[in-house]
Design a protein. Structure first.
Ligand code: SAM
Ligand code: SF4
Length: 481
């Protein structure tokens, strides 16, 4: 099933990926840094911001950890397993520190925020600890650590959005890029550590987002994915333009408006977004999607559970019926919309009935794809403080397996329905298996592979492809003129 997890929220194939910009960078640098990233796409986007900050201060990037003077690991705390992976990596880096004196190791991101100076005091694994809102202070912290001081900055901010920093793109395909439009989260889902590690929700200045997307398009990118933990609650207003009657602020930009502004940059620029909390996605957003052909017909709409009782314990603020209503509305306004989900198996007190409700809502929603997890209790979350993590691991795993099986069948059924249809596809590059085939995506975010057929096409081109066959993970087809 992992094979199928190719979506861009948390791409399992990218976990631990080393940063690789400046491939042909011939500049002389005072120091070389290496960054490895884990977790969601926001973290990968943050590593691009960190690289940009360090590069401006005269540090060069390297993809080879043995060449690095500074080693950074951008971490994820969402599940215990993610933290264990990072710990293991840090012990490997510690060995490198013994072999090569003078190198510094820094922890960035959510785990840095969660564990703060514990990393320096108790674990003694690292020299620098920097939370997600403190990356601007990184060059100063490196200097402090070089002087032998403990270098920690885990202050969370109410307004940091790094709006003025142009990220250095890691994405080597040169076709699709991620653009952060907001940071933090105010939702307090009871299982989730994000509000504690990433702080309060704040929206980035709309103008800087549009500018970044325009720049990307000018550099030949053909697809942007607008990123946030809860993009539908995006709301930006210039505080100087306060409405005289105290109503909505003049010039306020909602997510629907932002989406439209980005879509209007060019019909040749595809626009995607992630993630949508079901409680916040509005008809306005759906109408905007329907109106602009270049806004992709795809919504990542995590359900988490199909049981209203569990959803209440999760503090998701919607019921099963309400969620189903949202799916109906999407299908009504955008009939060919792809929908995917996140699902958690074995949350506190989950019964077999609750679990069946989850399997059943998956069938109802006909997800094209899902990210599926078993519940992992996280320290400090509402669930950890209020409820007992009482579902034995083997039951969690068995339920997860059943969820994975249902999703496998739904994905295959959804792909089979596409056989015989023709899709507009954005070519992303060679297919993984053969350089005689292209790999691209449909508007619905499905991966499609098709022979190149000696055409003069290149990645970044749009092409019409007729689907002839499929697997659970991929559509197969051929180019039609
Ligand atoms: N903001 C997004 C949302 O609300 O859907 C996603 C945030 S999180 C980075 C991605 C997914 O991880 C969640 O949707 C949830 O399914 C899963 N997740 C979060 N906390 C978890 C936990 N404690 N145990 C298992 N899965 C978890
Ligand atoms: Fe976590 Fe919920 Fe916020 Fe998503 S919306 S980041 S699951 S608290």
């Amino acid at each position: 099933m992992l094979d199928y997890v190719t979506d861009k929220v948390q791409d399992e194939t990218r976990q631990g990926e080393a940063f690789a910009p400046f491939a042909s960078d011939l500049n002389q640098y005072k120091k070389r840094f290496y960054i490895e990233s884990y977790g969601c796409q926001m973290n990968f986007a943050d590593s691009e911001i960190v690289a940009s900050i360090l590069n401006k201060e005269g540090f060069g990037a390297t993809r080879n950890v043995d060449d690095a003077d500074l080693i950074f690991i951008n971490t994820c705390s969402i599940r215990e397993k993610a933290e264990q992976t990072v710990r293991k990596r840090l012990t490997e880096f510690k060995k490198l520190k013994v072999q090569k004196r003078g190198i510094l190791v820094g922890v960035l991101g959510c785990m840095a925020e969660r564990l703060k100076s514990k990393f320096l005091e108790e674990e003694k694994l690292v020299d620098i600890v920097v939370g997600p809102d403190a990356y601007r202070s990184l060059p100063g912290l490196v200097e402090e650590a070089e002087g032998g001081q403990k270098a920690v900055n885990v202050l969370l901010s109410r307004d940091e959005t790094y709006a003025d920093i142009s990220p250095v793109r890691i994405d080597s395909n040169g076709v699709s890029a991620f653009v952060s439009i907001m940071r933090g989260c105010n939702n307090m889902c009871s299982f989730c550590v994000v509000p504690f590690t990433r702080g309060r929700e704040r929206s980035r200045d709309a103008e800087s987002i549009i500018k970044e997307c325009k720049d990307l398009f000018e550099q030949d990118y053909k697809e942007v994915t607008l990123l946030g933990q809860n993009v539908d609650s995006y709301y930006y207003t210039d505080s100087l333009k306060v409405s005289p009657n105290g109503g909505d602020l003049e010039g306020a930009v909602t997510f629907a408006k932002l989406l439209e502004k980005v879509a209007l940059i060019s019909p040749l620029l595809r626009v995607r977004f992630s993630t949508s909390h079901p409680k916040d996605i509005t008809d306005d957003v759906l109408h905007t999607m329907a109106k602009h052909e270049n806004i992709c017909n795809y919504i990542h709409l995590p359900v988490q559970s199909g049981s209203s009782r569990i959803l209440q314990l999760m503090n998701r603020t919607y019921t099963r019926e309400w969620y189903m209503g949202k799916v109906n509305r999407i299908r009504q306004l955008i009939p060919d919309c792809g929908i995917s989900s996140d699902i958690i198996a074995g949350f506190c007190t989950e019964t077999e009935e609750d679990h069946k409700d989850t399997l059943n809502i998956m069938e109802y929603s006909k997800y094209d794809m899902s990210y599926m997890f078993f519940y992992s209790e996280r320290p400090g979350t509402l669930a950890q403080r209020r409820y007992k993590d009482d579902i034995p691991e083997e039951i969690k795993k068995r339920r997860l397996q059943e969820i994975v099986e249902v999703q496998g069948r739904l994905s295959l059924e959804s792909n089979k329905k596409d056989i015989g249809k023709t899709f507009k596809v954005l070519i992303e590059g060679d297919s993984k298996k053969s350089n005689k085939d292209w790999m691209g995506r449909t508007s619905q975010n499905k991966v499609i592979v098709f022979p190149k057929e000696n055409n003069e096409l290149k990645k970044g081109n749009y092409v019409m492809v007729k689907v002839t066959d499929c697997t659970q993970a991929t559509l197969l087809g051929y180019i039609i003129n």
